[in-house]
Unconditional design. Structure first.
Length: 95
């Protein structure tokens, strides 16, 4: 994770100190792995970045990785999964 990416993640999580930088980097790596295990490869899209940041924020606020993912984040993950597998099979679907 670059310094610029860490700064953006800290801004998203409303973290204004450096004490948790290593934790945030670790949580981001876990979020990327979580998405990959869900069938979503790392993507250079705003939606992927939002999903990863949202997962980090949920886990950071919970002071650890929780078993549940909020409904909003789950919806983003589902949409990313549809995009990753080429759509929903609907005749007029476009990503």
């Amino acid at each position: 994770m670059t310094g610029e990416q860490l700064t953006a993640l800290k801004r998203y999580c409303h973290v204004d100190h450096d004490e948790d930088d290593a934790l945030l980097v670790q949580l981001y790596a876990a979020a990327v792995e979580y998405l990959t295990n869900a069938g979503i490869p790392p993507l250079p899209t705003a939606l992927y970045k939002l999903a990863a940041h949202a997962l980090v924020l949920e886990w950071y606020d919970a002071e650890g990785i929780s078993a549940s993912v909020s409904v909003g984040v789950r919806a983003i993950i589902n949409q990313l999964k549809l995009s990753a597998v080429g759509g929903c099979g609907c005749p007029n679907w476009t990503p």
